[in-house]
Design a protein around this ligand. Structure first.
Ligand code: SF4
Ligand code: SF4
Length: 709
């Protein structure tokens, strides 16, 4: 009996030998799994090309960090900790699970090293791992049933929740772990009755079960032993084959999804991978219109989503009630794929995505802020998919009217306002400014080492021009030999590209690249994070670019730029990270270091700061588009600043400034809150002979007055 207990291969199940039964079950299980996975991979084979086999070492490093190291999970402490325990347990238990499967086919099978010290240590660790994962399953199920976080909820417009499915899967895993422990415990109890000792980790589930079974008869223990084994094998294969039908498919796909994840922040995918810009005219249709227009990697994203809701929990569009929730962009596409690529029978006819599963408003609602991508533990991508869906809409002429006007103006005049090119440098000709700072226009006759790339909003918006003048003053004050392109500069095209108008973007970019090259500058500085991102990631062959906050931080550090103390030390400042400076380009510290270098300045952090910053409401063309929403993003943001105890919001982006000042008015916080750009603040505080820009001085004076009052 003792010998028989050691391997289920020697048992008999309904007159069939254990070995025959388990060879059959293993073959059947693997065949079913292979069939299901092949079916699931069919759409990926039909999807668009995507180049993801480059830079293997970087990919491996990220794989180790984000997949094996579960790097992003602790961002949600409770759920993240539970997940890390479950994941680590799975990794540890995988070896035992596979060796158990072989045991049913080969009675003498033993893993190499299992009978020596390391094997015993592994068994003890595995016993504890099984126990911890089992308890985590109960905790996760309880969380789903009783303490369900709001982010798991499924609004009625997105269908029904996945609670039952999630609990069913958690139960299956719990059964698997229980059956493995019972298998071990029954064997250990049986051996103990015959005077042999098999060590089980104290207080582990197997140990508890062994204690409970110690007085059972040998035949009962034998029946439990072989029954537990059969249950284990059946549950294992059921789980394996069931997972590709729902969110648990991410267990298999996440490994590949993380390895093949996008490597370059701030970039946008090309219209078609492998098609050069010169050959774009041969592309029949731009963007994504049908499901198969997504790339294979984007389809893999759909399968890899764990439905944890973190993306939507951080999405500003979702927070203000716009018709967009990134989580459901993925879930809807996955459901579509399952429906149109069924396990049996013919493929579906394929409905158009827009109007079928997505609405136009949904696609236009995204600000491309990147909060969803930053949060997703599985590195699922959203911005490229949204841009591709927009490219499809633009290609079909389905562009919101308000944006059509801006696009037309960009095409004709190189700026979304439709203003004259020759007026582009007027901001630098304001009389009081000109008297103190003469900005060179690099038109071939004049040269400079640095180009200040101004971009459209700073060039033409009356309020934002003050940021341009402040930037020029700072550059002048630190002795930088700089100039601007003037009428030769056109919009950077950053938002144009992200709104799906690739051809117009290319025209704007080519104009600017030619003008930059003709200016012979060695470096570029800009105060606009959108221009910064475009010049850094969307343009090729231009000199290196810096954001003005990086220049200021360096000059402050070297002592070349000195800052006066703030006049009113009762003011409390909060820095708002612009998405395209922070999340997309990781510039978080420089602006903070600059603020902290101003003597007497009191700074607080908003609860959502740095890589969790909350988008102000959309830069660029979002200023020309009124999405359906319950509240403005900017209003939410100024409320966050107030909650943090600040009365001055400092930002480092002209678009943020427009949105913040607007939001302060809409929120009725005029007189309680004010907004200022970092460059304006520095120009105000720097030790300089140049008089400060009146408008920014006025705003700070107003903040001072309010606090004093
Ligand atoms: S990029 Fe920003 S707005 Fe767009 S879906 Fe992601 S979080 Fe939402
Ligand atoms: S996309 Fe990522 S963050 Fe969003 S629900 Fe899926 S797994 Fe979670």
């Amino acid at each position: 009996m003792v010998e028989a207990l050691q391997s289920p291969a020697q048992a008999t199940y309904w007159l069939i030998s254990g070995q025959t039964l388990f060879v059959t079950l293993n073959l059947l299980g693997l065949a079913c799994f292979a069939y299901i996975v092949t079916k699931r991979l069919t759409p990926l084979m039909r999807g668009e090309r995507d180049i993801r086999f480059d830079r293997p070492f970087i990919r491996l490093e990220r794989f180790l960090q984000f997949w094996l190291g579960q790097w992003k999970h602790p961002r949600y402490r409770v759920a993240g900790t539970i997940h890390i325990f479950i994941f680590a347990g799975f990794i540890l238990l995988a070896t035992r699970a596979f060796s158990l499967l072989i045991l049913g086919m080969s009675e003498n099978f033993a893993l190499p090293g299992s009978s020596v010290g390391i094997g015993h240590v592994y068994e003890i660790i595995a016993d504890y791992a099984a126990t911890i994962v089992f308890l985590c399953m109960i905790a996760a199920a309880a969380r789903r049933i009783n303490f369900r976080p709001a982010r798991y909820e499924v609004p009625a417009k997105y269908g029904t929740g996945h609670k039952i499915d999630a609990i069913f899967l958690l139960s299956l895993i719990a059964i698997l772990l229980f059956s493995e422990s019972l298998f071990e415990a029954s064997k250990a109890a049986s051996l103990a009755q015959q005077g042999h000792t098999e060590f089980l980790a104290t207080f582990s589930m197997a140990w508890v079960l062994q204690s409970a079974l110690s007085s059972e008869s040998l035949s009962t223990l034998w029946n439990l032993h072989r029954g537990a084994y059969l249950l284990d094998v059946l549950t294992f294969y059921f789980l394996l084959c069931y997972r590709p039908f729902g969110i648990q498919f991410h267990v298999e796909t996440s490994l590949f999804n993380v390895y093949f994840a996008k490597l370059d922040r701030g970039t946008v995918k090309p219209v078609r991978w492998g098609v050069t810009e010169e050959h774009l005219d041969q592309v029949k249709s731009f963007g994504v219109k049908a499901f198969e227009d997504f790339t294979w990697k984007h389809m893999l994203d759909f399968y890899s989503c764990a439905d944890c809701g973190r993306c939507s929990d951080n999405c500003p569009a979702n927070a203000v009630g716009r018709p967009l929730s990134p989580r459901f962009l993925t879930i809807k596409a996955r459901d579509y794929s399952f429906q149109h690529y069924p396990m049996f029978g013919a493929r579906g006819n394929g409905t158009a995505l827009i109007g079928g599963i997505y609405s136009e408003d949904e696609v236009w609602s995204c600000t491309t802020c990147g909060a969803c991508e930053e949060e997703c533990p599985l590195l699922i991508e959203y911005i490229d998919k949204i841009v591709d869906l927009r490219r499809g809409l633009v290609d079909d002429g389905n562009v919101p009217k308000s944006i059509q006007k801006a696009l037309k103006a960009l095409e004709g005049r190189g700026n979304p306002y439709g203003k004259m090119e020759k007026k582009r440098a007027d901001w630098a000709r304001a009389e009081d400014f000109l008297a103190t700072c003469d900005v060179k226009v690099l038109n071939g006759k004049k040269t400079a080492g640095t180009l200040y790339f101004v971009d459209s909003i700073t060039s033409y918006d009356d309020r934002i021009q003050a940021i341009g003048r402040a930037t020029a003053r700072i550059l002048d004050n630190v002795g930088n030999d700089f100039g601007i392109l003037g009428a030769a500069e056109k919009d950077s095209g950053h938002e144009v590209r992200r709104f799906g108008e690739e051809t117009l973007f290319m025209a704007l970019r080519d104009n600017n690249v030619d003008a930059i090259k003709a200016s012979n500058v060695q470096r570029i500085v800009t105060a606009d994070p959108h221009a910064y991102n475009a010049l850094k990631h969307d343009y090729k062959d231009v000199p290196p670019v810096e954001h003005i906050s990086q220049v200021i931080a360096r000059e402050v550090k070297t002592g070349n730029l000195k800052l006066n103390p703030v006049e009113n030390q009762d003011n409390v400042y909060a820095y708002h990270d612009p998405c395209y400076l922070g999340r997309h380009n990781q510039v978080y510290d420089d602006p903070r270091e600059v603020l902290d270098a101003i003597p007497g300045l009191r700074r607080v952090e908003m609860s959502r700061c740095r890589d969790r910053s909350f988008c102000c409401g959309g830069g660029g063309l979002m200023l020309f588009y009124e999405p359906k929403e319950e509240q403005r993003m900017g209003v939410k943001r100024v409320q966050m600043a107030a909650e943090a105890g600040a009365n001055v919001i400092v930002t480092a982006c002209p678009f943020c400034m427009v949105n913040m000042e607007d939001a302060i008015k809409v929120a009725g916080m005029e007189g309680k809150m004010t907004a200022i750009d970092l460059a304006e603040l520095v120009a105000q505080q720097m030790v300089s002979n140049s008089p400060t820009d009146e408008s920014s001085a006025d705003r700070l004076a107003e903040a001072d007055r309010l606090v004093t009052a």
